[in-house]
Ligand binder design. Structure first.
Ligand code: AGP
Length: 610
C-alpha cells in the first residue's frame, strides 16, 4: 500500500509530483505529502485525507523547486493524521524520505536513535529511515542510505533527498514495487508506471535489494552489496488516456464499460485456428500434458483474485480432470498444505504485488511446487517469483474495486483449462467447440449486458436503501455469488454475503425476510432446476428476489419482476457475464448512496502488507 513518487529535472517538481500522486492514490488515501528541495532547504507540506485536500491547501509559493518526493498513504503504523503523513525527515530537517512498506524492527532502531538524541515526531515505522540515514551521513547520500538499509528488516520502496546534495535522489527497493522513468534530462521514481505515463514510456524496473543513484543526467543501479547493474529500459505499452476518466464520473464505470475491449485484448491472440495457444506456457508444456508430472493444481489469490481462482478450480477439474483446490493466499502457508514437485500453483494477482500472494508463492516454491502467475502488470513483483507468467492485458485498472481485470482473469483461466485439457486428453469436441465459440464472442456478449446498464441502474436505485443482501449461486456460479457480494460490500458499505444456494436451508434461510434482498443466479446451467427450487424457498419466505437469468427463461419471467437477463452462453463462460451485471449493480447502488466509488474507505488497491 502507499504510493511514492520522486522527480529530478528542470521542471517544477510540485506539479509533476501531484500529477503522479493522483494516479497513485488508488494505493492509499489516508494522507498525502510533498517535500521539495530549494535554496531555503526542504519545503514540506502534508495533509490528512485525500490528495485533493493537500492540493487545496498548497500555496503557490510553497514546495517550489526541481527536485522532490511525494507520498500517498494507507496507514499501517500510526493513525491517519498530518503528523504521520510522509515525507518524514530527520531532526535537522535536511534528509527527507517517502516509504512504501513496513520496517519491522523500527522499535529497536527508534529506541537506539532516541538514546542518541534524535527526536521523533510521528508514530510511524517509516520515520526511523530519515533519522537512520542521517546518522550514517558522512557526505555521500548513497552510502548513507546503504548503511541505513543494512540495519532495517522488512519491506520498502523508498525515495530519499537531502539538502546536502540538492541535485541527487536515492531510491531503493525490497519487497515493494519501484520503477524509474527515464526522460530527457529528467528522471522519475514511482511505485508504478501509471504515475509517469504523462512524461515517459521508457522505464526501468528495480529489483529487490537494489539501490539507485539518480541525478538529472544519469541513473545508476547497483545492489546493496555494491555490484553495478546494467538493465535496459522497457517500453510501457499503456497510454495516458487509459488512466484518465475520459468523461465518465468514475474510473469504475469506465473500467466496467471497457470490458468488451479488455476481453478482446485478453482473448484474441490466444485462440488461433480453433485452438488455444499460450506461447508463455511452453517451458511447462510437457509437465502440463503429462499426468505423471503435475497431478494437483492449487489456485491462490486474495479477494476478487481468489474468486477467480475458485472459478478456475471448477474449470480445470471439469475439462482437464486434474484435482484442484483453491486457497486464499493469506491462509495458505499457515494451513500446512501438502505440496510436492508434482504440484502446480496458479497464483492470480491483478497487481502482482499483493504481499500475501507473493509469500504464498514463495512458500509453495520452497516446498517444491512449480508456479504460474496470472497478472495484469508487466514486470510486477510476482513475475519474479514464478516459473511462468501469463499477462492478462486488461489495461490499467485505477478504481480500487476490480472489474475488467476480474473478467480477464476468468477469460485467461477458461483458456488455460482448455489448453491443459487438450494436452492431456482429446476433449469432447462439442463442448470444447461451444465453449471456445462463446469465449470468442465474450466481448459481444458483454456488450449486450452493458446495454442493460440503465435497467440495472433502475433496480439498483430501488434497492440502494437496504442494509443487508444475500447473493446465492451454485456450482461454478457459487464464486460469482461471492464476488457479487464482495463488490457490493467494498464500494457501497452494505453488508452482503455470498452463499451456495443449496446450503441455505442448513442455516442461512433463517435470515430471510422482506428486509433481505436476495440476488439469485439462475442462469441456464446443470443446476438450473435446483436453483429454481432454492429460489422458491426464498420466495415462500417473503424474500425480495433479484434474479440473474438467461434471456428467454419464461419461468423466471413469470415469477420475478426484478430480473437481469444475460445472453445465452456456455455455463462455464457465464461467470464473466454475471460479474459484469453484478459490477453494474454494485456501482449504481454505491453511486446512488453518494459514495466515493473509486476510493472506498479503508481500502487500497494493492495490499502490500500482510
Ligand atoms: C477487488 O475488488 C479488491 N479490491 C481486492 O479484493 C483485490 O482483488 C485483492 O486485494 C487482490 O489484489 P490483486 O489481484 O492485486 O492481488
Amino acid at each position: 500500500m502507499c504510493g511514492i513518487i520522486g522527480y529530478i529535472g528542470k521542471r517544477q517538481a510540485k506539479d509533476i509530483l501531484i500529477g503522479g500522486l493522483r494516479r497513485l492514490e488508488y494505493r492509499g488515501y489516508d494522507s498525502a505529502g510533498l517535500a521539495v528541495l530549494n535554496q531555503a532547504g526542504l519545503s514540506v507540506q502534508k495533509s490528512q485525507g485525500k490528495l485533493g485536500k493537500l492540493v487545496n491547501q498548497l500555496q503557490s509559493d510553497q514546495c517550489i523547486g526541481n527536485v522532490g518526493i511525494g507520498h500517498t498513504r494507507w496507514a499501517t503504523h500510526g493513525i491517519p493524521s498530518k503528523t504521520n503523513a510522509h515525507p518524514h525527515y530527520d531532526s535537522k530537517e535536511d534528509i527527507a524520505v517517502v516509504h512504501n512498506g513496513i520496517i519491522e524492527n523500527f522499535r529497536h532502531i527508534k529506541t537506539s536513535l532516541e538514546a542518541a538524541g534524535r527526536r521523533f515526531t510521528s508514530d510511524t515505522d517509516s520515520e526511523v529511515l530519515p533519522h537512520l540515514i542521517g546518522s550514517f551521513y558522512k557526505g555521500d547520500l548513497l552510502q548513507a542510505v546503504k548503511g541505513a538499509l543494512r540495519q532495517v528488516e522488512g519491506n520498502y520502496a523508498i525515495a530519499v533527498i537531502s539538502t546536502h546534495e540538492p541535485t541527487r535522489m536515492v531510491a531503493a527497493r525490497k519487497g515493494s514495487p519501484l520503477v524509474i522513468g527515464l526522460g530527457e534530462n529528467e528522471h522519475l521514481v514511482a511505485s508504478d508506471v501509471t504515475a509517469m505515463l504523462e512524461h515517459t514510456n521508457q522505464v526501468v524496473y528495480i529489483e529487490d535489494d537494489e539501490i539507485v543513484d539518480i541525478n538529472m543526467e544519469d541513473v545508476r543501479i547497483s545492489t546493496l552489496a555494491g555490484e553495478a547493474i546494467q538493465r535496459n529500459a522497457a517500453t510501457v505499452m499503456w497510454d495516458i488516456s487509459q488512466v484518465q476518466k475520459e468523461g465518465y464520473p468514475h474510473f469504475m464505470i469506465k473500467e466496467i464499460m471497457e470490458q468488451p475491449s479488455s476481453l478482446r485484448q485478453t482473448i484474441s491472440e490466444r485462440i488461433q485456428s480453433g485452438r488455444v495457444v499460450f506461447p508463455e506456457l511452453e517451458p511447462l508444456r510437457e509437465c502440463l500434458g503429462n499426468p505423471d508430472e503435475f497431478n494437483q493444481i492449487v489456485f491462490l489469490g486474495c479477494g476478487t483474485a481468489y474468486h477467480a481462482g475458485f472459478v478456475g478450480k471448477y474449470m480445470i477439474e471439469k475439462f482437464a480432470r486434474i484435482p484442484a483446490t483453491v486457497d486464499m493466499s493469506s491462509e495458505f502457508r499457515y494451513s500446512s498444505p501438502v505440496l510436492t514437485p508434482r504440484t502446480l500453483v496458479v497464483a492470480i494477482s491483478q497487481s502482482g504485488e499483493t504481499t500475501d500472494t507473493l509469500a504464498a508463492v514463495r512458500y509453495a516454491k520452497e516446498h517444491g511446487a512449480a508456479a504460474i502467475a496470472i497478472s495484469n502488470v508487466v514486470g510486477s513483483s510476482i513475475t519474479r517469483e514464478v516459473d511462468v507468467t501469463i499477462n492478462m492485458y486488461a489495461g490499467p485498472e485505477i478504481a480500487v474495486a476490480a472489474s475488467k481485470t476480474y473478467t480477464s482473469q476468468l477469460a485467461v483461466l477458461s483458456l488455460f483449462a482448455l489448453y491443459v485439457a487438450n494436452l492431456r486428453q482429446p476433449l469432447d469436441a462439442d463442448s470444447t467447440e461451444t465453449l471456445l465459440k462463446d469465449i470468442l464472442q465474450l466481448p459481444s456478449h458483454v456488450e449486450k449486458v452493458l446495454t442493460q446498464a440503465s435497467s440495472i441502474e433502475h433496480i439498483a436505485k430501488r434497492y440502494s436503501t437496504f442494509n443487508h443482501f444475500l447473493y446465492l449461486g451454485r456450482h461454478i456460479n457459487y464464486p460469482s455469488a461471492l464476488e457479487g457480494a464482495l463488490k457490493l460490500k467494498e464500494i457501497s458499505y452494505i453488508h452482503a454475503e455470498g452463499y451456495p444456494a443449496g446450503e441455505m436451508k442448513h442455516g442461512a434461510i433463517a435470515l430471510i425476510d422482506d428486509d433481505m434482498p436476495v440476488v439469485c443466479i439462475v442462469s441456464e446451467s446443470e443446476v438450473h432446476e435446483k436453483m429454481l427450487s432454492n429460489i422458491q424457498e426464498v420466495h415462500a419466505r417473503k424474500g425480495r428476489i433479484i434474479a440473474i437469468a438467461t434471456k428467454g427463461d419464461l419461468e423466471i419471467e413469470a415469477l420475478f419482476q426484478d430480473t437481469i437477463y444475460l445472453p445465452q452462453i456456455h455455463e462455464f463462460a457465464s461467470p464473466i457475464l454475471i460479474a459484469v451485471a453484478f459490477q453494474l449493480f454494485a456501482y449504481y447502488v454505491a453511486a446512488h448512496r453518494g459514495l466515493d466509488v473509486d476510493q472506498p474507505r479503508n481500502l487500497a488497491k494493492s495490499v502490500t502488507v500482510e
